[in-house]
Design a protein. Structure first.
Length: 416
């Protein structure tokens, strides 16, 4: 019995290969049902994200070909199109890999938390579909426990590692409760969308999105219940904003000192945080000279990001120690699990021999034989039958390893 992890990710495969090997959420149950038809794959969980597709499985032997064959067949891919990009981890390495993935140690951004939620969803789907059993159930519960321990006992997720996250972290330093503030987002690109997601996660619900093309902004704004306005409406809505985050493709500033002077008068000089994430800048530098205005540029935030990346790298060293310790703990359980069938068979055989000899002894006692002689015969017969197969194996095989194992099993060296 073995645990395997086989897949490809952002470090081993280009995006065009990852796209072809991905299993979309709406097809995940079909994939799990399909993989269950492969007799050699006894348990399976499929994790598929934009950066990785991995199969975690329990198999009777360590033959990885059956899993790679399934992946190619399911996606109708030629093996040579996928094989060069695949990695495989058996047993202890597979367990360690699962722990590292869940903790964000194998992610493009060290310590990112999204992967843990994705793993939980992948496992829940496989469990509901009947694809998991004793091994994977234990593995994934242990995996989630390790990820939680790393999150709580290290600082791997405590520091900003993206400009968008750094911007939101900065707002928490200016306002005691960001969830009560009105936010104005200018632009509709990836940076603004990511900033919006971070703000929403912090409880911000009063969000205004301004963009040159209203339809483009609406495509993501509706997910967060945000208002959408055009750039032409900025002068009349600027005073509503406690926080302004801007990232457009404009070659010239779209907000000047005069616009903010007017807005501050309407706000009765209530403070406003402005984070200019654009290059070239969207906000004139002179805006920072105004009272009650906190203006930061992408360069200001980049220093925070660099510090955050370095801090996460240091925290990752502590996380790796936890992963190593917990991997050994799981493997101890897994190896014990593999010994259970043998232990059960040994006990059954011992019980069978004992019952047979007891039955014979009872018959002799019922026939009136001397109890002392019956007991002596019972003990000798029991000992002889227990030891017959082990002693014959030792005599015939002359195996040093078997001899050493026998001495350990029966504690012979302890009697010296």
């Amino acid at each position: 019995m073995h645990v395997l992890s086989i897949g490809l990710n952002h470090t081993t495969a280009p995006v065009e290969v990852r796209e072809r090997a991905a299993v979309a959420a709406e097809h995940l149950e079909d994939a799990l049902t399909d993989i269950s038809k492969y007799g050699q794959i006894e348990e399976a969980t499929i994790l598929s994200t934009c950066n990785r597709t991995e199969v975690y499985c329990q198999v009777p032997d360590s033959n990885i070909e059956v899993v790679s064959d399934w992946l190619c067949n399911f996606h109708e891919l030629k093996k040579d199109e996928v094989s060069p990009y695949l990695y495989s981890f058996p047993d202890q390495a597979a367990v360690k890999h699962a722990f590292r993935v869940a903790a964000g140690l194998d992610s493009m951004v060290i310590g990112e938390p999204q992967i843990l939620g994705q793993m939980k969803t992948a496992f829940a789907t496989a469990h509901k579909n009947g694809n998991t059993g004793k091994v994977l159930n234990r593995l994934f519960q242990h995996t989630f426990s390790v990820a939680k321990e790393i999150r709580t006992s290290t600082s791997i997720g405590s520091h900003a590692v993206s400009v968008a996250y750094a911007a939101v972290s900065l707002s928490k330093q200016i306002f005691s409760d960001v969830s009560q503030q009105t936010v104005l987002l200018i632009g509709a690109g990836e940076t603004i969308e990511l900033t919006c997601r971070h703000l929403y996660a912090q409880g911000v619900r009063d969000i205004i999105v301004a963009n040159r093309t209203v339809e483009r902004a609406e495509s993501f704004a509706k997910e967060f219940g945000a208002q959408v306005i055009s750039l032409h409406e900025l002068p009349t809505r600027l005073s509503d904003a406690d926080m302004v985050f801007s990232s457009t493709a404009s070659t010239l500033p779209i907000l000047g000192k005069g616009a903010f002077e007017s807005a501050l008068k309407k706000r009765k000089n209530k403070p406003v945080l402005i984070v200019d994430l654009a290059v070239p800048r969207d906000v004139e530098p002179e805006v920072g000279d105004l009272s009650n205005v906190y203006l930061y540029t992408v360069d200001d935030l980049q220093q925070v990001v660099n510090q955050g990346i370095e801090s996460r790298k240091n925290a990752a060293l502590d996380a790796e120690k936890i992963v190593g310790e917990q991997t050994l703990q799981f493997m101890h359980w897994f190896k014990n699990l593999q010994s259970i069938p043998t232990i059960r068979e040994l006990r059954d055989r011992t019980s069978s021999i004992t019952e047979n000899e007891l039955s014979s002894a009872r018959k002799r006692l019922s026939a009136g034989d001397d109890p002392a002689l019956v007991l002596e015969h019972f003990a000798r017969a029991l000992s002889r039958k227990f030891m017959h197969h082990p002693t014959e194996s030792l005599r015939q095989k002359h195996d040093e390893t078997l001899l050493a194992a026998t001495r350990e099993l029966f504690g012979l060296d302890d009697q010296k």
